[in-house]
Design a protein around this ligand. Structure first.
Ligand SMILES: NC(=O)c1ccc[n+]([C@@H]2O[C@H](COP(=O)([O-])OP(=O)(O)OC[C@H]3O[C@@H](n4cnc5c(N)ncnc54)[C@H](O)[C@@H]3O)[C@@H](O)[C@H]2O)c1
Length: 264
């Protein structure tokens, strides 16, 4: 593990030698981002609560993994620092982990609301603070791999711009992700750290699978000018763009990957 700054990158590897932390990496969008970043030459620590799955993916990708409940702020800070230590620094952070436990407002429990915000929002603040401090110090010391500063990518959602019934807590949390991204970009830009978020539309992962019917897929697909739902790879490729040198002058943005369901 660690940075690889001594040799020139193999052709086509856009993240060669970059040290990356990805949360919620055991499955779905996070796992696809991990696979994509690994294929592009990044060194990775995968973080998730699902121990067996995250260790298995890390073994496949020949990288490191760590298990934590991101609802636990203290443990999250500790595991994030351990990840930085294992990698020998950090160039990329992807705050991807998120939960959605659907409920109408009139029946929603306080526990559901608090759990949603603890995982979707508070953990992002915690990891950003730990990683942001490390990146600030690395930039000051000239220890960033790749030369274009640090990158933080947060996973928001189309829900943070539009919202859906039974997702008030989720939509509010994803609006918070977008707002936190903007202020992070304002505060961290002076340390050469770009912060952006992604707003996927409906992605075919385990999230939402329990209530997914063919009729629902058809109805949601019809909302997109492209006539289909997203695959995890659609989102991972946006994450790759934001992590790459191509996005050097892009910060504070909420990038839609919604097949045109959202155009603002
Ligand atoms: N699937 C969609 O339609 C969709 C749309 C927009 C945004 N998103 C967002 O994309 C991100 C990834 O979603 P996904 O569809 O891949 O979901 P998923 O449920 O398939 O995967 C989520 C991952 O996060 C991990 N996780 C959940 N709670 C955790 C905790 N407390 N501590 C550590 N890890 C935890 C899970 O174990 C899992 O590996 C989420 O932030 C989600 O809100 C998803």
């Amino acid at each position: 593990m660690g940075s690889s700054t001594s040799t020139s990158p193999p052709a086509g590897q856009r993240l060669y030698g970059r040290r990356a932390i990805v949360t919620g990496a055991a499955r779905g969008i996070g796992a696809e981002i991990a696979r994509t970043f690994a294929a592009e030459g990044a060194s990775l620590v995968l973080i998730d609560i699902a121990a067996d799955e995250v260790h298995a993916l890390a073994k496949t990708l020949e990288c490191e993994s760590a298990v934590v409940d991101l609802a636990d702020a203290g443990a999250t800070a500790a595991v994030t620092q351990e990840a930085i230590d294992v990698l020998g620094g950090v160039d990329l952070l992807v705050n991807n982990a998120g939960v959605l436990k659907m409920a109408p407002i009139l029946d929603m429990t306080i526990e559901n609301w608090d759990q949603t915000f603890a995982i979707n929002v508070r953990s992002m603040f915690v990891t950003t603070q730990v990683v942001g401090r490390a990146m600030r110090d690395q930039v000051a010391a000239g220890h960033m791999v790749g030369g274009s500063g640090g990158r933080i990518i947060n996973m928001a959602s189309m829900g943070g711009k539009l919202g859906s019934p039974n997702q008030a807590h989720y939509a509010a949390s994803k609006s918070a992700v977008i707002a936190f991204t903007r202020v992070s970009a304002m505060e961290l830009g002076c340390h050469s750290i770009n912060v952006n978020c992604i707003c996927p539309g409906y992605v075919l992962t385990e999230m939402g699978a329990a209530t997914r019917t063919p009729e629902m897929v058809a109805a949601w697909s019809a909302k997109s000018p492209l006539g289909r739902l997203a695959e995890p790879d659609d989102v991972a490729r946006m994450a790759l763009f934001l992590a790459s040198d191509d996005a050097a002058y892009c910060t504070g943005q909420a990038m839609n990957v919604s097949g045109g369901m959202v155009m603002h």
